[in-house]
Ligand binder design. Structure first.
Ligand SMILES: Cc1ncc(COP(=O)(O)O)c(C=O)c1O
Length: 401
């Protein structure tokens, strides 16, 4: 089928406040033009024209007054959950938050006391650490087990940690950032069984749930059973799926009324509101009108991850880029180079002109890794891979084929 969408145009985000681009230029102000960073998880892709044109029309016709969620908005969210995830959601279960990270902070405050333990599966998306630390809770690390680039849950350890009475909450990431796992139903059932047995609450961050590679299937954790739904907070958003991170909207789905009330109380205490109509409208346009864009975007991610994987297999010895199952983030293994965190970063930035998310920021067991953002035009990715190869060949020829 003819491709409809433009995933080739590079949008120059220098000096417009993009976190990702600013980080790069803050460290290297003299960097030549044409280098695009691969770090923070927003996409270097133009948004769906359906969303762009819809927002333009809205601004033409409407007033940007104080706004809250409305019926068509809720319907768009509810229909998406049903259609894409076979997830039956009632309107009253939905709370809006400017972001999943903000919601996770509220969950930590709502469901735990100071010094309680919060279990996480590392390496892990780094804001989870902050949500626990700034609230004076304890990070309880249930490190994932890695075998040749495939990560698994250490269920024995999880059961031990779950049994400790001070550990009250799990922040669960599904699909998992940064290791790219789409957890199987069997794995989810085991997590649920342990959580139920030990009265844990699960905050299930499923923000990447629409970005699933061919051959894999995402299961929404709380759809496992009524009992599981009762202990779960499901964090969803259209922002990863449709490159709307800067719009700031997420839908936090909580079936259990007690948990929902506590969450909303915490939002109220910190005065968390979305007053702008644009986030709601963008989400509505995304979920109602932009499925075709998503499908083409997924094709791009699938191809890009295969390109990276193949490049590593053909060109390098001992360095790995395993295929992912979900997310648009690939976890690159440079441990064999034997560089410490600072040296690996410096090598990537200065020798290869590559700006990844540094593996160590995801936890100690992320040292030696880099996370690459695959939501980028193909030619930018290909140029980056060539720069990587040339730099490695020059400094570490023993790792090149
Ligand atoms: C697992 C995960 N959760 C949350 C977020 C950010 O969510 P938000 O922008 O809604 O706060 C990201 C962004 O990369 C993420 O990877």
């Amino acid at each position: 089928m003819m491709k409809k969408y433009d995933f080739e145009t590079v949008v120059n985000r220098k000096n417009v406040g993009s976190y990702k681009w600013d980080q790069m230029y803050e460290s290297y102000p003299e960097l030549e033009d044409g280098i695009v960073p691969f770090s923070v998880a927003d996409m270097e892709l133009k948004i769906a024209p359906e969303i762009r044109e819809g927002l333009k029309k809205y601004i033409d016709e409407m007033i940007l007054g104080y706004t809250g969620p409305y019926t068509d908005y809720y319907d768009a969210v509810i229909n998406w959950m049903k259609k894409k995830h076979n997830f039956d959601v009632k309107k009253e279960w939905i709370s809006c938050s400017p972001g999943v990270v903000s919601a996770i902070y509220d969950c930590v405050k709502s469901y735990t006391e100071e010094n309680d333990g919060v279990i996480v599966f590392t390496p892990m998306y780094y804001p989870f650490y902050n949500a626990i630390k700034v609230n004076n809770r304890k990070i309880i690390d249930c490190g994932l087990i890695e075998n040749k680039g495939h990560y698994m849950i250490d269920f024995t350890k999880f059961e031990e940690l779950a049994a400790e009475k001070d550990n009250k909450l799990v922040i669960w990431c599904s699909p998992h950032n940064p290791v790219g796992r789409v957890w199987t139903k069997k794995e989810l059932e085991k997590v649920a069984e342990i959580a139920l047995k030990h009265n844990l609450i699960i905050v299930s961050d499923e923000i990447h749930f629409d970005i699933i590679m061919d051959g894999y299937k995402h299961t929404v954790f709380q759809t496992l059973s009524e009992e599981v739904a009762d202990i779960t907070v499901t964090c969803t958003a259209p922002t990863k799926t449709f490159n709307l991170a800067g719009v700031g909207i997420s839908n936090i789905i909580i079936k259990n009324e007690k948990l929902r009330k506590k969450f909303r109380k915490s939002q109220e205490k910190s005065s968390v509101h979305i007053f702008s109509p644009l986030p709601y409208k963008a989400c509505e346009l995304a979920y109602n009108d932009s499925e075709q864009w998503l499908s083409e975007m997924l094709e791009l991610i699938n191809n890009n991850q295969k390109t990276v994987n193949k490049f590593f297999e053909e060109k390098f010895d001992g360095l790995r880029a395993p295929l992912i199952e979900g997310t648009y983030l690939q976890w690159l293994d440079f441990r064999k180079l034997g560089l410490d965190n600072e040296k690996l970063k410096k090598f990537m930035n200065e020798k290869a002109k590559l700006f990844f998310s540094e593996g160590y920021t995801f936890g100690e067991n992320g040292s030696g890794f880099e996370r690459i953002n695959l939501a980028i035009p193909v030619h930018i990715l290909e140029e980056a891979l060539e720069r990587l190869y040339e730099a490695i060949k020059k400094e570490f020829p023993e790792f090149c084929k």
